[in-house]
Design a protein. Structure first.
Lengths: 163, 295
């Protein structure tokens, strides 16, 4: 099968990968780019563990052809850290609220929560649940995950109003 | 890595049609949320694909000069539900599509894929049927227009002939204006689930809002393909907006459905859902139209 060069922006840097055209985006990001936050969970778009943002929206990278990423802007969990490598507020909130147990689902949940915490309007707990409905967690029972997202969203809104 | 064989990558619709004509066995790959998964499961392993996902000319929603709503098939579920045209004129369609899967699936899945897949549970299908959507289907020979009501031939089988690709979904103004709809999806979970039964109803009331001027009702998973209920529609025509109307629509719907027993639900339960969802969707549609039951 043919190989192909795919050029896209990953976590703020333009990168070119040489891939087999049969690769999924999760294959490319984890295999070629070495971004281990991408988890191959179910590989059929059910569990959300491979969630990344493409042009700002959450997608399951396991059911997305790598060649579709040409020219796109992709954000993974690794892209949330600052230049010194310090983790972001949403990651810290997951730790503080006990929203992490085994940790496999965590990167996917955090990426799915980015549009919620970056939105202008606060989301209710019910709306947060709807927005993370494409992610499965078998440990936490979700309550602490919703709390971590709610807390970070409130913090971000307060920061915006403070400015 | 996906186990597919050839991957054809047209640059525009003309090239896609030429490829489809040259390789009739190749599958059209839109968002891939059915096909890529079936490749993983092995059901479609080794297939040939024509990748049209990048063809932006097949994406987007607009209002045509005569008021027809035109939805291009690659429009994602998210984009349908966020479209200003849909929100203003056909909100029920956006609401139905907003009940599919979860956010990630709604960002990749396309409305064209949802209906070309041909399954009875497609959440967009009953609403598009209930609004008499018209399909634009292209091939190298030209373009033909087909009422969506005639599109489903059987479970997973649609009337796409050799070399053909769906290029547009239209809802004429006469169909959506002064018309209010409601879709009810019954499923075990509120997300990431396939409908046990779906029912989409839309009504146009008389000026005084006391009578039904037009009622259309369609069901998903109530038969091998998504179906309308002509019996219920005829029974509702001209009827007063009251409790008796809801009973009539619910009863008459039973005559046009033929649900099956599956692991999700038994036939008897589905028949009960047909009545209950018909009743609830009709009531909600009437309320949206400004009518009141027994008002």
């Amino acid at each position: 099968m043919a190989n192909r060069e795919v050029t896209c922006t990953v976590n703020g840097k333009q990168r070119t990968f040489l891939i087999d055209v049969r690769s999924s985006l999760s294959d490319m990001l984890r295999g070629n780019a070495g971004l281990d936050s991408i988890k191959h969970g179910c590989d059929v778009g059910e569990c959300g563990a491979c969630t990344v943002l493409i042009d700002g929206r959450p997608f399951n990278s396991c059911i997305y052809l790598a060649i579709w990423a040409e020219g796109k802007t992709i954000l993974t969990l690794e892209g949330l850290s600052d230049v010194k490598g310090a983790i972001s507020d949403i990651q810290q909130a997951f730790i503080d609220e006990g929203a992490v147990q085994c940790g496999i689902c965590t990167p996917g949940f955090i990426m799915a929560s980015i549009p919620i915490i970056e939105a202008e309007k606060p989301a209710s707990r019910e709306e947060i649940r709807r927005q993370i409905a494409g992610n499965l967690c078998r440990c936490t029972g979700y309550e602490n995950i919703v709390t971590a997202i709610e807390k970070t969203q409130k913090k971000r809104i307060a920061e915006k109003q403070g400015r | 890595m996906y186990n597919f064989n050839a991957l054809y990558e047209p640059k525009d619709i003309a090239e896609a049609l030429a490829l489809k004509s040259e390789h009739p066995e190749a599958l059209i790959l839109a968002g891939g949320s059915d096909i890529l998964i079936k490749i993983r499961e092995g059901k479609l392993a080794g297939c040939d694909l024509i990748n049209i996902y990048g063809l932006d000319e097949l994406r987007g929603i607009c209002l045509e000069e005569d008021g027809t709503i035109l939805i291009r098939p690659l429009t994602s579920f998210t984009d349908v539900s966020m479209s200003p045209v849909i929100r203003e004129h056909l909100p029920v369609l956006g609401e139905a599509m907003n009940q599919i899967g979860g956010p990630q699936v709604r960002n990749i899945g396309t409305i064209g894929g949802n209906i070309c897949n041909g399954v009875t549970s497609a959440d967009s299908a009953s609403t598009l049927k209930a609004y008499d959507a018209v399909l634009e289907i292209a091939s190298l020979k030209g373009t033909r227009v087909l009422p969506y009501l005639e599109f489903n031939l059987g479970p997973g089988k649609v009337d796409l002939r050799e070399g053909e690709i769906l290029t547009g979904i239209r809802i004429p103004k006469e169909s959506w204006s002064d018309t209010y709809g409601f879709y009810t999806k019954y499923a075990m979970r509120r997300a990431m689930d396939i409908a046990t039964l779906g029912c989409s109803v839309n009504v146009r009331l008389t000026k005084d809002k006391k009578q039904i001027d037009r009622l259309r009702i369609a069901f998903g998973v109530a038969a091998p393909i998504p179906v309308r209920s002509p019996k219920a529609e005829a029974a509702a025509q001209g009827h007063a907006v009251d409790e008796a109307l809801l009973d009539l629509v619910a009863q008459a719907s039973l005559e046009d459905v033929n649900p099956r027993t599956s692991w999700r639900a038994g036939r008897d339960f589905r028949l009960q859902l047909v009545q209950e969802l018909a009743r609830r969707s009709t009531k909600a549609a009437i309320e949206r139209a400004g009518g009141t039951i027994n008002g």
